[in-house]
Design a protein around this ligand. Sequence first.
Ligand code: B12
Ligand SMILES: C[S@@+](CC[C@H](N)C(=O)[O-])C[C@H]1O[C@@H](n2cnc3c(N)ncnc32)[C@H](O)[C@@H]1O
Ligand code: SF4
Length: 457
Amino acid sequence: MYLPASEGHPYAFMPETFQKRPGLGLRYLAAALKACGYSVDLLDCLFDQERARNLADELNACRYDLIGFSATHASILRVGSVVSRLDRELYRGRLVAGGPATLQLDDVFDAGIDVAVIGEADETIVSLVRAYEGRTGFDEVRGIAFHDEFDQRVVTPPAAIVSPGRLSIPDWSVFDQLSGDLLEISMKRPYYVVMASRGCPYHCAYCVAWKYWGSRYRGRPVDRVLDEVEFLVRTRGARYIRFLDDVFAMRLDWLDAFCEGLRHRDLRLSWGITLHPLTFGSDRQRAFRMLKDSGCKLVNYGAQSSDPTILRTIGRSADEPAALREAIPMANDMGLATVLTYIFGLPGDDRDTIRGNIEFAVAVRPTLVDFHPLDYLPGSDLVDTMPMEVRCALTTADLSRLCRDAFLEFYGLRGGALRAAWFILRNNPEWLAYASRAAGVLLGLAARRAVSPLNRV
Ligand code: B12
Ligand SMILES: C[S@@+](CC[C@H](N)C(=O)[O-])C[C@H]1O[C@@H](n2cnc3c(N)ncnc32)[C@H](O)[C@@H]1O
Ligand code: SF4
């Protein structure tokens, strides 16, 4: 099952209200298990606080043989609270967890989990279920951690990397038609997600993607990705696909074949991607043209900072701002929506460097910009190996205020809202209908808060 971030986790309302990107990992696991004849229920509460609160009752009633939680550092406490209300006799030894939270095994076991599956689990999950059936020993399953009969922690050798060509099509039999990321102004419904590669070759100090998935970029064969897209379009009615790759299409020949394949198969859909500022280098113009001509509507870049010293400290390149200065106007001119994301509170950040980020964004004019505070991720170099002295001196409250002020300045005073509105009206007016529904939810939340007795304390 998927759970929302733990109650009180900062910014949890963002994914729950706006960024309803359906989870993908468990759908791969469901497909792998079903292909071996096991029956699987996917309980998706990623954006459903209410159901998550009552989940233990649901699980106790269903009497499953095995329960698997997908967890991040943000949701692992929530896993613990569900586990604490499960029928202990029924579920003793049968609780499994996977996902990036397994970078912190202590927290996973503190949550009451019996077996942690570390890293990609598309093949490990089947081996683990076979161990539960008594067909092999648990110590023969690679890529897991558990406690033996002497309560000693056993961590088995890492599982072999799953060959990108062997991944099956995720199981989408459970799907919420209201899925979609409102921060993606090009999005349409039905909105699906696909991952065309695994692994990230960059080594950003604040991020765990490369630690968790490994630094070797593993692009999936073009035809397999096209088969998945075709399935989503023809069988599930997908009108928009968000590619979740940390960096989409590291190789131009891959992109060329992919875009050509979309046209050849006559797959008319809109899609969006994430790029790194240095992606495509001097071939950028050609790459943007291919993207645009084959339905890509939005490119999102992690800008992180415009300060060269900060960029170097966090393991990025000081050449990135110059690359973005070229890329953003080029993509804008071709009619792609452009998004820059900034992190406030990186090592070396102060009010001046943060001002520098705002000025940079105003100057290069992306369609959207996102300013958000740094999240200290367990497992990242910033948390695990870099000295505390490098950390930014601004407080969490300062950073939240600075993000809010940056939004107000970029979208209000400096005209960003008008530019975004113009893009939406020209390219995707149906976004307004999606947004008005979310605005209703937000107003409801605000009203409930206003009348809550807590406000009168
Ligand atoms: C899309 C995405 C989202 C989406 C969907 C999340 C989801 N759970 O699928 C949304 C927008 C909701 C989201 C929200 C958040 N996210 Co996010 N997200 C991603 C992103 C970009 C892709 C996830 C994905 O689909 N990967 C591909 C699939 C195939 O992998 P997977 O889901 O991890 O599953 C595989 C394995 O992990 C494993 N597995 C996963 N679950 C389970 C469960 C069991 C039982 C087993 C056996 C195995 C297993 O098997 C799967 C197949 O191999 C990742 C970055 C990345 N590269 O993964 C960040 C990432 C997961 N997010 C991250 C963060 C920080 C967040 C937020 C806290 C952001 C915020 N401030 O709100 C929230 C947390 C929400 C929550 N409920 O916990 C971090 C997690 C760091 C950590 N140490 O936990 C990541 C790694 C990015 C980063 N900066 O490093 N996110
Ligand atoms: C999964 S990353 C993909 C971006 C792209 N790979 C790049 O870096 O150019 C999406 C965004 O999440 C944000 N992010 C990653 N780790 C973060 C952290 N520890 N705290 C805050 N934001 C983070 C960054 O702004 C990043 O651009
Ligand atoms: S921030 Fe982006 S480029 Fe850097 S390691 Fe994470 S996913 Fe890779």
